[in-house]
Design a protein around this ligand. Sequence first.
Ligand code: DHB
Ligand code: FE
Length: 280
Amino acid sequence: MTEIIGGYFTSHVPAIGGAIARGLEGDPYWKPFFDGFPPIRDWLQEKNPDVAVVFYNDHGLNFFLDKMPTFAVGAANRYANADEGWGLRVCPPFEGDPALSWHIIESLIADDFDITTCQEMKVDHALAIPFQLAWPGGGAWPLRIVPVAINTVQHPLPSAKRCLALGRSVARALDNWKSSDKIVVIGTGGLSHQLDGERAGFINADYDRFCLDRIVDDPDALTRESIHDIVKRAGTQGVEVLNWIAARGALGDAPLKKRAENYHIPISNTAAASLVLEPA
Ligand code: DHB
Ligand code: FE
């Protein structure tokens, strides 16, 4: 029987990759952020998942502004990372799980989600950084992936309500998946941040706390505002919380509890958070 071990959520600021490459985890600037990860690594070592279903947003590596799907699901054998211009090392490619990808795609489309299916897909820092944080040391990744990309970049963006519904549809697909695999659901991005415009540097710790609390047992509370109100509360890039909301939906309706949590302001321009939820 397929087992969902729980959810791992983290910010994906590219500078984290530079800090890992330079061995700065113990540096005073970085330590309060990296201190959140030993418990997450321990949990993943203990549970040893076979597959990760990853909700993230592409920032222009695979999709650009000319062709921007609202929701895209990877169905490739392999997903390469590539140079995005942040000065980061390109990380090893990720092995796909096309059978599970197509199962999720068929189930989403049967549930009336009009998604884009991608048999070729590069994955950017939003997927790579969370993997580098969770499975440090380089080398091949120890699990396969199904990437689910949500447009948080080019308006009009999907509503939080729609992202939660998408995640819940993925939960139903996982519930029907016949395998002996252990699956971890991952959500990346956020929390509050704004990289551009007059409010560049904007962070809203109150809203982040609200998200970190409600995501556990009342994710619908995060879906009552319009996307424009979420931009006001979380910042233009803080809407990456949509990836967290979708990932939370994919964990289903059974009660969850926090296994690990960390929140630190700022990493680069971002309120950086990490969280693990597991079955209560
Ligand atoms: C930063 C944060 C992001 O989410 C991102 O995708 C790129 C940069 C930052 O704070 O620098
Ligand atoms: Fe981002």
